[in-house]
Design a protein around this ligand. Structure first.
Ligand SMILES: [Zn+2]
Length: 416
């Protein structure tokens, strides 16, 4: 049985291991002392339950419960425990504690599993320290090289390679990943980090896909003329062109109905930035996301066409500089139907929704059947000390994860 008090105790303990005093946010940057202590605590919990622990070259931890047939691929579930600077106590933590409580509950119930069960604790999910996200999952799947760890540095200039060495890990062994796809299915429970579930008054969300960003810079070059002496018809105002682009991006994304898309101009700088000079140049940082690759591509291409048209009409020169173009991940229909079935049978209030943020699960989704469950977090706030998830929603999610694991551990349950 899932025990609420036990769950809350673990959350309280994780908050204590947060690197900051009571009343402050969780400050558990990857591989810092606070992160390492939390990892130690979670490993201790897994050991106490009788799981056998494995660690890989990157410090990821897998706690295994042997199945009736050890040769069968494992059902894996888990998340990360690192945080952003001054973050919350639920992002990632929910997923790993949910996994631990699920196994504890199954053990107490005398459950015997056909497929082996594995709890995964992924290191360094947040990009806060090394500027790149989900590094642990990538390492576990062999998608992170020794060179990557030498290239990635934190703010103090310390290479990830050296940080790993310092922790007694073996970055030189990254070429030999822990997994090559031999997993039956992977499941992750996470807070939504948005406001949809709260707004729709649902206690659970079944994630349909994980959006990935396409990002580029738009550099505009007009004329920085005198703001008093230049009539409107003779201007080449870079800020006006930028304003049109910002609004056009908003309209384009909002028009996508079948697969939702979001477009954000989160950076907008104009120069010279004084009252008596027409803005001669502007720089925009554009971020477009969707869980559907074709939709995202269409929004990006249409926006680029519009930028060209706007700039031509205004006689403003422009340059597009690509930053990144990542592949969104769709969750398989067989897994969506499986999770639907679990939620329907359970009678909880749920809905399907896309994830706008990236997660460890996205790397698994490309290789093995993968499912994600979201729970609401208050006001959608995350990566912030105010991050909060209600105990009832937490317990509800763990209850569902237990049902998911029970079902997925059976040989007669398969995923196309
Ligand atoms: Zn997370």
């Amino acid at each position: 049985m899932i025990v609420k008090e036990r769950m809350m105790d673990m959350f309280a303990r994780m908050r204590k291991l947060s690197g900051q005093g009571e009343g402050h946010g969780v400050h558990r940057l990857a591989f810092t002392d606070a992160d390492w202590q939390a990892r130690g605590y979670l490993m201790e919990l897994m050991r106490e339950m009788g799981l056998s622990l494995r660690e890989d070259a990157f410090g990821n931890v897998v706690g295994r419960w042997e199945g009736a047939e050890p040769s069968l691929p494992a059902v894996m579930f888990g998340s990360h425990a690192d945080s952003v600077p001054n973050g919350g106590n639920y992002d990632g933590v929910l997923g790993i504690l949910a996994a631990i409580e699920t196994v504890r509950s199954l053990k107490e119930d005398g459950f015997s599993t056909e497929h082996p069960l594995e709890i995964a604790l992924f290191m360094c999910e947040e990009s806060s320290r090394f500027g790149a996200a989900t590094l642990g999952s990538r390492a576990m799947l062999g998608e992170l090289s020794v060179d990557d760890t030498r290239r990635l540095k934190d703010k103090a200039g310390i290479a990830l390679y050296d940080v790993l060495k310092e922790r007694g890990l073996a970055p030189d062994m990254l070429g030999k990943p822990l997994y090559d796809g031999e997993v039956k299915a992977f499941f992750e429970v996470h807070i939504e980090q948005g406001r949809v579930l709260e707004h729709e008054k649902k206690s659970v969300g079944i994630v349909t896909g994980i959006a990935a960003p396409t990002r580029f810079w738009v550099k505009l070059e007009g004329n920085a003329d005198h703001s008093g002496a230049t009539p409107m018809a003779l201007r080449h105002d870079a800020a006006c062109a930028a304003a049109e682009i910002v609004l056009f991006a908003e309209r384009l994304a909002a028009a996508e109905k079948k697969h939702p898309a979001v477009a954000t101009v989160g950076v907008l700088q104009i120069a010279p930035g004084v009252m008596n000079v027409i803005p001669g140049s502007a720089e925009l940082g554009v971020d477009i996301r969707s869980i559907d690759a074709a939709t995202k591509k269409r929004v990006a291409e249409n926006l680029k066409d519009a930028i060209s048209e706007i700039c031509k009409r205004r006689d403003v020169a422009f340059e597009l500089v690509p930053i990144s173009d990542e592949r969104p991940v769709a969750i398989r229909p067989s897994v969506l139907d499986f999770l639907d079935g679990i939620c329907r049978e359970d009678g909880c209030s749920y809905m399907r929704l896309p994830s706008g943020a990236g997660h460890d699960a996205m790397h698994w989704a490309e290789r093995v059947p993968t499912g994600m469950l979201f729970i609401p977090c208050r006001d959608g706030i995350s990566h912030n000390p105010e991050e909060y998830a209600a105990p009832e929603d937490i317990v509800n999610a763990v209850r569902l994860l237990e049902k998911v694991v029970r079902a997925a551990s059976r040989k007669n349950v398969t995923f196309a």
